[in-house]
Design a protein around this ligand. Structure first.
Ligand code: DGL
Length: 269
């Protein structure tokens, strides 16, 4: 395996770009190959076996492109597939749930933590397990926010409509009962301003993106696999859906002009 081989990053759609952004910021020499399975997004309401099948398809597509490390930049897919990918692939595989839990434990004083995620992530109990493995006495409240991902995927995450949707959804939680909220879906950082506004200054809102990027760096450093490219890398993006909104969000979120986008079709079975 070559140190200058790319890092693979996968998500059901544009959410994983929030993790890719931190990887690009922390490791500017690394080339990223990103897949968004936008045609089959959202994964949140799907069964674990369906999510596992789709995630494996993305992982195989990137293995064929000789990646040196895979980041499952999707909580729903991490909950369903991390173990099987880690056991089966010959390269390191990093998920986003444990880094998110670790980030929350670092900042929480009361150890009362809210987890916002998809139905699949909440149902899996993966955050609960990760958080309790760090501090067994912690107190956790979880909320599935199924309306958030379609809002982000359709590039409607910035306006008044989004703000109201966030306010209405999070109204179900009592923000006095926790001091930290984990954005347990990689799409949610695009709504972070509205989420922080709703919870107010007593709650720290965080995502797993920067802790995940640190894990990527640690793995590559330990394996002596950090890229030593002489030129800035040219990242490449793949989507199973339409390139228009995907491209717009990449340009806005990653500040990349005219990103290289390929269409990737998955078998229908
Ligand atoms: N961004 C993903 C996550 O972190 C998936 C959202 C979805 O497809 O429902 O869970």
């Amino acid at each position: 395996m070559l140190a200058n081989a790319p890092i693979g990053v996968i998500d059901s759609g544009v959410g994983g770009l929030t993790v890719a952004k931190e990887i690009m910021r922390l490791l500017p020499n690394e080339k990223v190959l990103y897949i968004g399975d936008n045609a089959r997004c959202p994964y949140g309401p799907r069964s674990q076996s369906e999510v596992r099948k789709y995630t494996w398809q993305m992982a195989r597509a990137l293995m064929n492109k000789n990646i040196k490390l895979l980041v499952i930049a999707c909580n729903t897919a991490t909950a369903a597939t991390l173990d099987s990918l880690q056991k089966s692939l010959p390269i390191p595989v990093i998920g986003v749930i444990f880094p998110g839990a670790r980030a929350a434990m670092k900042v929480s004083v009361t150890k009362e933590i809210a987890v916002l995620g998809t139905e699949g992530t909440v149902r899996s109990g993966a955050y609960e397990n990760a958080l309790k493995s760090l501090v067994s006495s912690c107190h956790i409240v979880q909320l599935a926010c199924p309306k958030f991902v379609p809002l982000v995927e359709s590039d409607e995450y910035e306006g008044e409509f989004a703000r109201k949707m966030v306010r209405d959804t999070l109204g179900q939680l009592d923000s006095k009962s926790f001091d930290t909220a984990i954005l347990g879906c990689t799409h949610y950082p695009l709504l972070q301003t509205f989420i922080e506004e709703k919870f107010g200054p007593s709650v720290t809102v965080l995502s797993s993106a920067s802790e995940t990027a640190k894990d990527v760096e640690n793995h590559l450093r330990f394996q002596r696999m950090l890229a030593d490219a002489k030129h800035p890398p040219v990242h490449e993006f793949y989507t199973s859906g339409s390139t228009a909104i995907f491209g717009t969000i990449i340009e806005k979120w990653l500040e990349i002009d005219n990103p290289i986008i390929h269409i990737l079709k998955f078998p229908q079975t």
